[in-house]
Design a protein around this ligand. Sequence first.
Ligand SMILES: *[C@@H]1O[C@H](CO)[C@@H](O)[C@H](O)[C@H]1NC(C)=O
Ligand SMILES: *[C@@H]1O[C@H](CO)[C@@H](O)[C@H](O)[C@H]1NC(C)=O
Ligand SMILES: *[C@@H]1O[C@H](CO)[C@@H](O)[C@H](O)[C@H]1NC(C)=O
Ligand SMILES: *[C@@H]1O[C@H](CO)[C@@H](O)[C@H](O)[C@H]1NC(C)=O
Ligand SMILES: *[C@@H]1O[C@H](CO)[C@@H](O)[C@H](O)[C@H]1NC(C)=O
Ligand SMILES: *[C@@H]1O[C@H](CO)[C@@H](O)[C@H](O)[C@H]1NC(C)=O
Ligand SMILES: *[C@@H]1O[C@H](CO)[C@@H](O)[C@H](O)[C@H]1NC(C)=O
Ligand SMILES: *[C@@H]1O[C@H](CO)[C@@H](O)[C@H](O)[C@H]1NC(C)=O
Ligand SMILES: *[C@@H]1O[C@H](CO)[C@@H](O)[C@H](O)[C@H]1NC(C)=O
Length: 587
Amino acid sequence: MARFTLLSALFAASLAFVDATPFRKGVRAVTCSETWEPVTAQDFVDRLNPGWNLGNSLDATPGETDWGNKPVTGDIFDLVKESGFKSVRLPVTWTNHTGPAPDYTIDASWLTRVSEVIDMVLSRDMYAIVNMHHDSFMWADISKPDSNISEVEDRFRKLWVQIADKLACKSSRLAFEPINEPPGTTEEHGMELNKINDIFLETIGASGGFNDRRVVTLSGAGQDSIKTSQWFKRPANITNPWAIQYHYYSPYDFNFGAWGRTIWGSDADKASLDSDLKLIRDNFTDVPLVIGEWQVTPFRTEAAARWKYFDFFIRTANKYRTSTIIWDNGGDFLDRPAKTWRDVTALNILMDAVKGLPNALPDSTTDQSAPTQWTAATIFHRVGAPVEDATLPFLLNNDTVTRVDLMNTGTASIGSVPRGQSVQYRTVGSNITIPANVTAPYLSASAAPGSKPPLTITFTNGAPIQIQLVQWDTPVLSTSTVSLPPASATELAVPITWKGLKQPAAVRAVTVDDQKPIVDDWTAGIGSLQAGFMTYDGQWKWNDTHVILAQGALEAMGTVKRDVVVSVQGWPREEGNMVNFTVTAAA
Ligand SMILES: *[C@@H]1O[C@H](CO)[C@@H](O)[C@H](O)[C@H]1NC(C)=O
Ligand SMILES: *[C@@H]1O[C@H](CO)[C@@H](O)[C@H](O)[C@H]1NC(C)=O
Ligand SMILES: *[C@@H]1O[C@H](CO)[C@@H](O)[C@H](O)[C@H]1NC(C)=O
Ligand SMILES: *[C@@H]1O[C@H](CO)[C@@H](O)[C@H](O)[C@H]1NC(C)=O
Ligand SMILES: *[C@@H]1O[C@H](CO)[C@@H](O)[C@H](O)[C@H]1NC(C)=O
Ligand SMILES: *[C@@H]1O[C@H](CO)[C@@H](O)[C@H](O)[C@H]1NC(C)=O
Ligand SMILES: *[C@@H]1O[C@H](CO)[C@@H](O)[C@H](O)[C@H]1NC(C)=O
Ligand SMILES: *[C@@H]1O[C@H](CO)[C@@H](O)[C@H](O)[C@H]1NC(C)=O
Ligand SMILES: *[C@@H]1O[C@H](CO)[C@@H](O)[C@H](O)[C@H]1NC(C)=O
């Protein structure tokens, strides 16, 4: 009986759209036995702060485990909650679990799985946002010249009919987001995306259950602050409590490892972040705002720059009453199988900043045109150099050090101050000095290169800060010359022995004869730490044993047809910490 009712309801609903019958609330008449606690959009957005994204799991394609994460289990959300997060955004890609046109029937098992994961979050009294994710570029890209817009609208509507009906009785702690980062570059696209929002609202409202009063987060083209400000229109007849969601990954070069940029934190950097968050707030003074994705990954950014960004970003979001949900793909912050955070300091800084508590932060180079980059987040000691006291300049923000621990004993734990072995330190002004005899067992003229046990500095008010100890030397390449592989090759991997941190800071490629950058030649003018440097992932990568030139770099080399010198810059970005190899042009 239930099954028959649902099928006829679906049929009636799709007929209604074909006939353009005016929207009727609850036309599909899902009934719920649960009770509903009303919530305003502003309360929802305030209470979800801060949030965490379950990235690369339900949004992975074709299935949940295909991008390297294990099946989602409830204990992940226990840890996320214990760590201070109040909500989980659940990105979901539907296309690879969907049958063909004209019905686009979603596999019942996938709907059940999504419902189950939502329940894992809601049963822990956390807030959740569920969406349609990579569908946005896989089939719903209305900005493509050959896009069949009525087909996209039809498919989008039919998927939301099924999703909304399945989830109609979830509690008011679940919000819906129509579609992730919908592509769009023109006003016309912006208008079409407003229509997509209307279709979404009409479709969920028609399911019955609680969906006509559920919180929704809407957005404009690209789900970015500028295009949303420009073209997003408040839906005419909206009755759902609603917020605007946008995503923020700026500045692009710092966030994505582009053009050798590893520095952030100048006054100009801060002013531009403040201005971005302010402009969208000023456009929507009465709409609750949530940044549904943001991050700076510990995977490839320098710690002091990253921590300054975390602190400033969250404080600025607070200033503009904007809640934030951090993106985490499984390789960035939470090590899901190990159940540990890869950057506990960033997490602690985030949680303090959300509460408005000041943090003391290690200082670092903020001038992008500087010839070298220094940081107080890591004590780098070069092989062969004498043992010395390490002076770490801090931005204390009126805080005071209460102790310093060497983490060679004891373990860090979430939610409490990590403890190791208390060691001596001195403070002069805002400098914290660690005497040589504390680090001498690990950092000395003859110590083996690599990462050593860290120090944790504890403060009266702010987050504890973990300082890495790294003994380093210039990495060693196995070869100084390689030939450009054939055009069919997707990568060129060159064996390297890392001597310190097992990763490059940045990779540069210029022609041997005239030293011109092989990609983005405008970088020649932006300072020696960036001139000729390429972009992570598309042009270079690494692993524990190799530095890897990716397709973007190989294509550029194929185009310039000249010998190219590739420079691998290690950490720290100091004079001399660079090794070169030449890629000889194909004959
Ligand atoms: C997943 O779906 C997309 C879009 O429908 C399709 O292009 C892709 O081939 C599918 N992937 C698999 C592995 O089926
Ligand atoms: C667009 O898709 C619809 C089916 O949804 C189809 O009837 C129509 O012919 C398509 N239009 C074009 C231009 O391909
Ligand atoms: C709205 O946002 C746009 C795009 O960022 C910006 O140019 C404009 O100044 C903003 N309007 C207000 C009132 O802040
Ligand atoms: C909003 O309601 C008005 C009046 O009922 C109607 O004319 C209009 O089409 C509706 N707009 C949308 C986008 O549903
Ligand atoms: C530090 O304290 C001074 C004096 O109490 C105050 O003016 C200043 O705003 C404080 N700075 C910060 C970053 O809290
Ligand atoms: C703090 O350390 C920096 C870098 O070593 C040094 O230049 C500066 O003079 C020190 N400041 C004080 C107050 O000692
Ligand atoms: C380091 O030297 C100081 C005196 O200069 C001494 O008080 C302290 O105990 C020493 N610490 C270690 C770990 O040896
Ligand atoms: C690093 O990548 C190279 C090239 O893809 C591969 O041959 C090598 O096995 C990889 N090493 C590790 C440790 O994954
Ligand atoms: C590496 O190549 C760069 C760019 O051509 C050059 O400036 C630098 O001197 C080279 N370094 C070494 C160690 O050869």
